[in-house]
Design a protein around this ligand. Structure first.
Ligand code: MN
Length: 198
């Protein structure tokens, strides 16, 4: 019996260069994260965390901040296969998510979520509870972040991405404007769009 796979259902892999996925296995001891800058209908940053062998995903319109007093809206999107963490290129116009994708940051992360007795709460449980706390070890972003699901009000179902107030917090840094090249290829969005035209 075919299982529902929202990621595959939304895409035609004869037309998009995006990976079909399903081959890579995760590393729960050392999970990965990726942030992809995506110049689709509306420019946004796709924030993805490896949880249970898949990339849990949120679209963050304004991108991540390093200022702990800033809360960034994070709209949940479909799970992406782990292979997506290596995807940089251009999705053809007219296809789902058409536009250029840059690997803006990537690395590994550590779960910071503990119960009151100091015992770790698993990432999958934290995800289901709607409160993820983790520390990023990326090239651009480091340190603690929280993703918190809103459970009431008119933003119900959306999440907020918030920098924790730790040594890596910096209210003056504006990484989304000052660090705008790919961490894997060193290219700008324009260079990716020109070179990976499909
Ligand atoms: Mn996107």
């Amino acid at each position: 019996m075919a299982t529902k796979n929202e990621y595959k259902d939304k895409r035609d892999f004869s037309k998009t260069p995006e990976p079909e996925g399903g081959k890579l296995e995760g590393n729960p001891q050392n999970p990965t994260f990726v942030i992809q800058k995506h110049d689709a209908t509306n420019l946004h940053y796709d924030f993805r965390l490896e949880i249970d062998g898949t990339l849990k995903s949120w679209a963050v319109p304004k991108g991540p901040s390093t200022n702990p007093s800033v809360k960034r809206m994070a709209i949940p999107t479909e799970d992406h296969p782990l292979e997506y963490g290596n995807f940089e290129g251009t999705i053809p116009e007219g296809e789902y998510g058409g536009g250029t994708v840059m690997i803006w940051d990537k690395g590994t992360f550590k779960n910071l979520k503990h119960d009151k007795d100091g015992k770790e709460i698993s990432l999958s449980k934290s995800y289901k509870m709607g409160t993820l706390e983790f520390s990023l070890e990326g090239e651009k972003l480091q340190g603690g972040y929280a993703l918190v699901k809103m459970k009431s009000g008119n933003m119900k179902g959306n999440w907020l991405l918030i920098k924790m107030d730790d040594d890596d917090a910096d209210a003056r840094r504006k990484p989304t404007s000052t660090q705008n090249k790919s961490v894997v290829s060193g290219r700008t969005m324009n260079e990716i769009a020109k070179e990976d035209k499909s």
